[in-house]
Design a protein around this ligand. Structure first.
Ligand SMILES: [Mn+2]
Length: 216
């Protein structure tokens, strides 16, 4: 039985995180939040570390948790406005449209994201979230969202820059979300920065009502 940390429309998810050595609070935050037509998944990394970084990430999370919109560009703009005067954050987010099985994602700064297909014959078998440089709250780049069609079992993984980029190629699709997040953090996390790995497995349309009927 895989560990499960949470379930929301269309996804089951887990995460693993550590604060930088010597810090009591992490500046990295993950969240899952139901929005119109789907589920919002996000990871924010407050600039630097310590309290100010943690406060910026917490403010960003609060704004997102208060939103009902599932439109990623307005969501990032709203976060930017709310974070002016703070340290600012790197932010990656995605909205899963449960009915159409589309994932729309957007990234500003260095929170990496990758979608790994459950069916390895899919071309390409994994896709990385393209990020534009910038800092939400300080300097927004021109925002560009992209939409992917997804299938039940696909994995969406996000990690902050305290995790080395090699995590992208070590995603084992057979692990549960919390197990995978823990394994990736152990393998690729460091002690010189806050580090967080968030994993969401996309579920089939029936699985919210009847988990046992899940295709895999
Ligand atoms: Mn960081």
């Amino acid at each position: 039985m895989p560990l499960l940390l949470g379930r929301a429309p269309g996804v089951e998810w887990g995460f693993a995180a550590t604060a930088m050595a010597g810090q009591s609070r992490s500046g990295d935050r993950q969240l899952v939040h139901p929005v119109r037509g789907g589920t919002l998944l996000a990871v924010a990394d407050g600039l630097g570390h310590g309290d100010e970084a943690a406060d910026a990430a917490a403010r960003c999370a609060k704004v997102l948790m208060g939103s009902k919109s599932g439109r990623v560009i307005p969501l990032v703009r709203t976060c930017h406005d709310a974070l002016i005067g703070s340290r600012g954050v790197a932010l990656s987010l995605a909205v899963l449209d449960v009915a159409s099985r589309e994932l729309t994602w957007l990234s500003v700064g260095n929170v990496r994201g990758v979608l790994v297909r459950a069916d390895e014959r899919t071309v390409p078998p994994r896709e990385e979230l393209l990020s534009r440089g910038g800092i939400v709250g300080l300097r927004l780049p021109a925002l560009h969202a992209s939409t992917l069609s997804v299938e039940a079992g696909d994995l969406f993984v996000m990690a902050t820059d305290g995790v080395d980029v090699g995590f992208v190629s070590s995603v084992d699709t057979h692990l549960g979300p919390a197990e995978l997040a823990t394994a990736l953090l152990a393998q690729h996390g460091g002690a010189t920065d806050d580090a967080l790995v968030f994993v969401a497995r996309l579920l089939g349309p029936l699985s919210d009502a009847a988990p046992a009927a899940r295709a895999r």
